[in-house]
Design a protein around this ligand. Structure first.
Ligand SMILES: [Zn+2]
Length: 208
């Protein structure tokens, strides 16, 4: 069973003025819409974590994509499962990553999959059942996993650092604590990749 609706967008390469700040479009698709408090924290924390010089982030959902939206880069974020805190999350059927990106010969594709239920389960397992996580803390945890996957796409690198948000494994405490950031090396990797190969895209909603 497909977890997500197809991505109904068309991307076209376009030249953009070189002096403009690089505009990064993040299109968030949810299998089930999260509460507004989760969404607000998710967007705020991802935006905070990716405060890179010369980069401006704009969020879209499938319903808010406007014909003719212009971005330098677009990343589609696909959130599966029930993206709301629950005191007794179901156990995942088998071990799997909290987030996923896909690599091809030329690098990473601009799509990230985030497993909302697995993130909730990992946090609940570490804190012992039953647990009622606040929407803000849960949104923050979703944001940290999301930012890790965006790091791979923006840097076009599979490299993991020994510390910070680009580590191989993020434990539940690192997902939930008030502050946890990328290390300077990971930020530099993203900036260098963005500056060395800028591309432009026109995002257009296609007829459904
Ligand atoms: Zn990784």
């Amino acid at each position: 069973m497909a977890l997500h609706r197809p991505v109904l967008f068309a991307l076209f390469c376009l030249p953009l003025p070189a002096d403009d700040p690089l505009k990064l479009g993040l299109v968030a698709q949810f299998q089930r819409e999260p509460p507004s408090a989760v969404m607000t924290e998710l967007q705020a924390e991802v935006t905070r974590l990716l405060q890179l010089p010369g980069i401006r982030i704009e969020w879209r959902s499938p319903s808010t994509v406007r014909d003719g939206d212009r971005f330098d880069r677009v990343i589609v974020l696909r959130f599966s499962g029930c993206c709301r805190p629950t005191p007794t999350p179901d156990s995942p059927p088998c071990p799997a990553p909290l987030g996923l990106v896909r690599a091809v010969d030329s690098g990473f594709l601009p799509f990230a999959d985030i497993a909302c239920d697995r993130i909730m389960h990992e946090i609940a397992r570490a804190r012992r059942h039953p647990l009622m996580l606040s929407p803000v803390v849960y949104g923050r945890a979703l944001a940290r996993v999301t930012a890790h996957e965006i790091y791979h796409i923006l840097s076009q690198s599979a490299f993991h650092d020994a510390q910070g948000l680009s580590k191989t494994h993020l434990d539940p405490e690192e997902l939930c604590r008030p502050r946890f950031d990328f290390c300077p090396e990971a930020l530099a990797r993203m900036i260098e990749a963005l500056n060395s190969a800028p591309s432009s895209a026109l995002l257009t909603r296609e007829a459904q």
